[in-house]
Design a protein. Sequence first.
Length: 621
Amino acid sequence: MANKEKLFSEFQAPTTQEWLDKIEVDLKGADFQKRLVWRTNEGFNVQPFYRREDLANLKTPDALPGEFPFVRGNKKDTNEWYVRQNIVVNDPVEANKKALDILNKGIDSIGFRFGGNMVSAEFIETLLKDIRLDIVEVSYRTCQCHALELAEILVQYFEKMGYDKEKIVGGVGFDPIDKMLQKGKDTTPMLPVLPRIVETLKDYPNLRCVIVHSDTLNNAGAYIVQELGYALSWGNEYLQQLTDAGVDVDTAAKSIKFYMGISENYFMEIAKFRAARLLWAQIVKQYEPKCDCACKMVINASTSTYNQTVFDPYVNLLRSQTEAMSAALGGVHSMIVTPFDAPYEQATDFSERIARNQQLLIKEESHFDRIVDPSAGSYYIEHLTDALAQEAWKLFLKIEDEGGFLEAVKKGIVQDDINATNVKRHGDAAKRKEFILGTNQFPNFTEKSDGKRAQGSGACGCAAGKEGHTCEAPFKKLESTRLAADFENLRIHTEEKKVPTAFMLTIGNLAMRQARAQFSCNFLACAGYKVIDNLGFKTIEEGVDAALEAKADIVVICSSDDEYAEYAIPAFKYLNGRAMFVVAGAPACMEDLKAAGIENFIHVKCNVLETLKEYNQKLGI
């Protein structure tokens, strides 16, 4: 007879209040709310711990994989996803050759991108030569004014090759609103093409042609709730326009695909994809489709470019790896890992191989594809899923009250909201409230740019003046600037003009001088300054003399707050203007030091970026 006794049943389970009482004791009077509760940027708080009772009123833990509302994924027995790589097509022969090569290296999804002036039957035949479209996923993106033409050519090609319509998987990237957001152009004349392109591809149930590119918002700095809420409204805009044009809701919903970004917030991104499926299923359900299968949300996820960096670029691998893990555990349909060198160069064979292998690693070695929704039942992730869903739903309803997503874009509401977040995040990065490892925190002291410069965005392949495209920009646009760009520009400017030397004058209390020297080195190296740390000096004269011998442009005194009253002013006077003098910290005697003429202080409350710009100016850089 099987033993069904529960483990640890002899121990009495502590209550939530008992946990809180213990925490209060350990905090020794510190404020619980301030010390342990995380106030997210998403509009809700995260507690330091969760218990089963926190899920008592949630419905998500009762959901099953592959069943409405699909919070636990679209599949019942596997978490398989397509490993995708995009190819920019300049020459169809070369692009075809590259596609065939990477399909033999673990890729099973290709995304072709090409200009509208290339679209023709001959082009498609050359591009797709020897690619088995019935066993791999292929997506296509061209200029919006050529999307319908492309769809018609593809149908002719599929019929010519005799493919089973059920086995054609992929997409044709028609999304005119995305161009409005990115470029501010009026692409509304292209919207009547929506029902026509859906009608063209209606016999191909797994070839989706209406795309919601909310990854554009992610790469412009949007918070998770913003991307999620706007993506839902964006998708609903297209769904409403299609049904208003007479397309039945099942066909319309099955024509829509979501391209979403993945930010660095590991657990919250897992929850985002779960919440996205949950809410989209509820939205489509209101249109009364004949089959719940129309309520499935199909997501292609791509790792973010917003947090990628030019300096210390291999850290980009760490960022994209955790992002890829979030998307895999969140149950996406397909995924793109952005190569680590994307910010400053066209991806190399090496960087593309590493990007592919990042996905293959979590598939073949970590088996992320074996278990459906492994995060289900986690008190924390279930809470995040519910909280994100609630906040995103509020944003969705707000945009609907504005007349829908298209109207909100025309009014600039969406752009203003995302741009404001981008500005805030850049401000937080400048103050190191938001860390960018290797850029504004723990930079590589000796790294040089070696000619690396940030890449600009690509241009549309259509000629100006064609339908839906003009040279004017009547609407506001997103201001997409990578989070690290301000620090990178400052560091490159310093490197090109003059690299100053910052010397740590360490004296007094051993622990404090070491801590402050390390802090100061990291602080000043963010601008590319050469930093010289030291073990310590017996006198300030010895330290200043050593700094001048090292030809220092900046002397940073590093000691304890109490000892600054003794050391700082004599050191400043002995230096006598022969280099910039900086105090590491914000000591209680700061006003006395300022009265003596000392004006430079660096500490945790500084705006690092603005301080370094000021120092560059003072140094004539």
